[in-house]
Design a protein around this ligand. Structure first.
Ligand SMILES: [Zn+2]
Length: 237
């Protein structure tokens, strides 16, 4: 009961704060027309779009050649440090700003919706994080990005069929070589029925070494999908 009052009080407080601090652009501070967006139109237009989704054999696909079977791959934005893209990812992962994740998902959805090689996609697969991290953060950021994609492409399903086994050490505590080794054991496929025969799109926030996505892709193939593609919000140069 006490908790309920607490949440109510927080809700009133937020509404009160919004009266004096309306929604503003994360980059330039301009007041936003919609409470759903995080950037003004000007800053959104100036993001470093990669335009890679429509390019076959693009540089992201080449990263995965010989490592896993992908039909198509791309990332919406270039990720560089101390830029707005880093701010968006930071807001999503460390400031519990789901709107930043939905926004990034919207950008992916808009980028792929008219690209032929992504047209058959029927299922979005968010890259899972450990249960511990999910408890700390309150959500899986890749799932939020999936929801943003689905807002643009509403016929596509989201299926959280991959799971990180609890025995896994945190990826960040391991070196790159080690991270590349236990590929088969990084993820578990929880629901093979859902992925069988499907056109899957693996979704992640940032592509760096590609080791996580490679492991996830190989794990998905255990369920005999028709195709696996991947989309990330950003790609590290
Ligand atoms: Zn702005």
């Amino acid at each position: 009961m006490l908790l309920l009052y607490y949440h109510k009080a927080i809700g009133y407080l937020q509404a009160f704060v919004h009266l004096f601090y309306p929604h503003i652009c994360l980059e330039c501070g301009t007041e936003l027309v919609s409470s759903h967006s995080v950037l003004c139109t000007h800053c959104e237009n100036n993001l470093p779009y990669t335009d890679l989704f429509q390019i076959e054999n693009n540089r992201i696909e080449k990263v995965f050649w010989g490592r896993c079977k992908l039909s198509a791959a791309g990332a919406a934005l270039f990720f560089t440090k101390d830029t707005l893209v880093q701010t968006l990812i930071f807001e999503l992962k460390y400031k519990q700003n789901k709107k930043a994740g939905w926004f990034l998902g919207n950008i992916i959805g808009t980028s792929i919706q008219h690209v032929d090689r992504f047209k058959k996609i029927d299922t979005l697969i968010p890259i899972p994080i450990s249960r511990k991290k999910e408890r700390q953060r309150g959500f899986n950021q890749s799932l939020i990005i999936c929801e943003g994609i689905q807002a643009i492409l509403p016929t596509i399903h989201i299926a959280s069929v991959l799971r990180k086994p609890t025995s896994n050490q945190s990826q960040t505590t391991k070196g790159r070589l080690q991270r590349n080794e236990p590929i088969a054991h990084v993820f578990e496929l929880m629901d093979a029925v859902t992925v069988k025969g499907g056109h899957l799109l693996l979704v992640d926030d940032v592509i760096t070494t590609g080791a996580t996505l490679e492991a996830a892709c190989n794990c998905l193939w255990l369920g005999q999908p028709h195709s696996v593609s991947l989309a990330a919000a950003a790609y590290t140069l």
